[in-house]
Design a protein around this ligand. Sequence first.
Ligand SMILES: Cc1ncc(COP(=O)(O)O)c(C=O)c1O
Length: 315
Amino acid sequence: MANLPTPIRPLARLAEALGSPALDLLVKLDSETGFGLGGNKVRKLEFELAPDRLEGITCLITAGGPQSNHCRVTAAAAARLGLRCVLIVNGPEPETPTGNALLHRLFGAEIVTVPERQDRSTQLQSTAVDIELEGGHPLVIPIGASTGLGSLGYAAASIELFKQLTNQKPPPERTVVFVASSSCGTLAGLLLGISLLKLNHVLLVGVSADMSATEIEERTKQIACEGADLLRWNGPLLMDSIKTIDDQVGGGYGLSTAASHEALRMFALHEGLVLDPTYTAKAAAGLISWVRTGMVSDLDRVVFLHTGGHPGLFT
Ligand SMILES: Cc1ncc(COP(=O)(O)O)c(C=O)c1O
């Protein structure tokens, strides 16, 4: 499904606008994985929807928020595979669906709504049972495809990224990668990837979109361990190479802050790049704050991993 490798390119004008013209600042555009309007979910679903897992499957079921990027790509994959798709979504049925909510429907998914976020997992299981009782064969994909298996998509992405970076000159003292984190499969896969490659000059900064930094760290470690088990790899995970931060969450999930708003505008104005308000604008705000406060310097190479989410801008 994914168009790989995704491009990587300098953000020289942004570095200049931030008052750090000598900063080696780059973006890796996983917003351009392509399928179903792209983003990070495509890489994770490539593994969740591997051909041997689809044998005999008639329906994909997953869950998310009303503007879920993960639900969008799952629905697009179901359409492409000729499978039924059921999405468990919290919140009321929108009168006029926009953004991802519109795309969920356009890709032909059936939507089952539940009142609250915490109701989704139970409904996911009970819908799967109902479909089996009707004679169908569902494949349940956990929220965000953030499983050990899904994380392998980002272990592979890590390898892809560092292969691209070795073509750049000269190697810096430290490479700092900023990525938006929520269900943690992306960060977990990146952690697994750098651990496999034994890259101890890397710092992965997971910028939370909702949970506390501690929750993000614990969940990331758990998923990375599951991924390592699948690979039958028991080498050490480089836990000191991740830093999770929750100082950009502001009022909560999906709510813009002054800093995320500024980040969205700066990426657009100086680089012609579109961020999304829920995830990538907050991760970019984290990056900007680290540049301004000297947490990264001209001795570092700084990579912003753009995880997509564009439809969220049109809501
Ligand atoms: C655009 C975007 N960026 C980042 C994330 C965070 O990725 P993960 O759920 O793997 O932590 C998500 C999904 O939650 C997303 O949709």
